[in-house]
Design a binder for this molecule. Sequence first.
Ligand SMILES: C[S@@+](CC[C@H](N)C(=O)[O-])C[C@H]1O[C@@H](n2cnc3c(N)ncnc32)[C@H](O)[C@@H]1O
Length: 345
Amino acid sequence: MEEKDFAAHLTATMTGSALTMLIGLGHRTGLLEAAARGPATSAGLAERAGLQERYVREWLGAMVTGGIFTCNAGEYTFPPGHAKFLLGDTASNLMPSLLTLSAFTGILPDLERSFAEGGGVPRSAYGPYLETLGAKTGDSWKHIYREHLVDGFFGAVPGLTEKLTEGARVLDLGCGTGNAIAVAARAFPASRFTGVDINPGVVAQAEATNAELPNAEFAVGDAAELTADPPYDLITAFDAIHDQDRPDVVLRRIRGALAPDGLFFMVDTNFSSHVEKNVGNPLAALCYSISLMYCTTTSLAEGGAALGAMWGTEKASEMLADAGFRHVDVLGSPRPQNCIYVCRR
Ligand SMILES: C[S@@+](CC[C@H](N)C(=O)[O-])C[C@H]1O[C@@H](n2cnc3c(N)ncnc32)[C@H](O)[C@@H]1O
């Protein structure tokens, strides 16, 4: 990149960071919701949202010049085609990710200390920031599962939806708040689903939200100590392997808990293990940043392997082979940042 282009690139980077903060502010103050109700002047929008016009006007200036809103003759518009990426109950809504990103600023002092002293930032340190903002990783995935789990993810593997329709024993490892099982247990009533997570808080939430499902159950457990009797036909892990403190142990346990013709279905990030191969991937810098600010440091805090979210397909394939999986297919997924590893015992 030439010097003059680099200066522009850096300015655009700072603009993105500032707009991220202001979009989060728009969410918390209700401005985005209010603006989505239709075009308005700054005074009209301030009144609609119950806010101070002078602040709203300056915020609108950033939204318009930042390409989020449009403006014509003093009226500001939040185009529906933009609003669907920041509002609403769909997988397109990027707000949970945006808020999670802003929440990381709370742990920056601890992270900076870890750069100098080693160790890491424990998962418990993130709680207050994520809760204050009302953002949970599960929020993003809830919509993704609803829209893509059955056809997009399971449908990518020939014969899998037929197997689930007939009835299978399924374990979802690192199930979080049980959003994947909530969709799968309804779609495949003849199958039995067990969700396991190490965090008792999310398991309690999963149990409460899925209480009416007769074919779903949840338990607190450590994947590194997984056993199964009888074994499972399918073990799924959505975004749950790269954060493991002992991923090699977990992968071996998973293989050992599968029936002879069982499948391990691992959804993880879709990047290369080699940084130079990720240059030009528009999602890579964001994912390295999240990996540093959460995945890597939380694992180091526990003395874990710190694979990070950017462990990449080469490293993942190598580890799956080391765990004994004899055949692994890496498939595309409905989301460009994720791929599916279909692993046979
Ligand atoms: C990024 S979240 C993904 C949650 C869920 N699969 C989803 O898609 O919403 C990773 C989950 O793995 C769980 N986890 C981490 N280490 C674990 C372990 N050793 N055993 C079981 N669960 C674990 C975490 O508590 C967390 O809920």
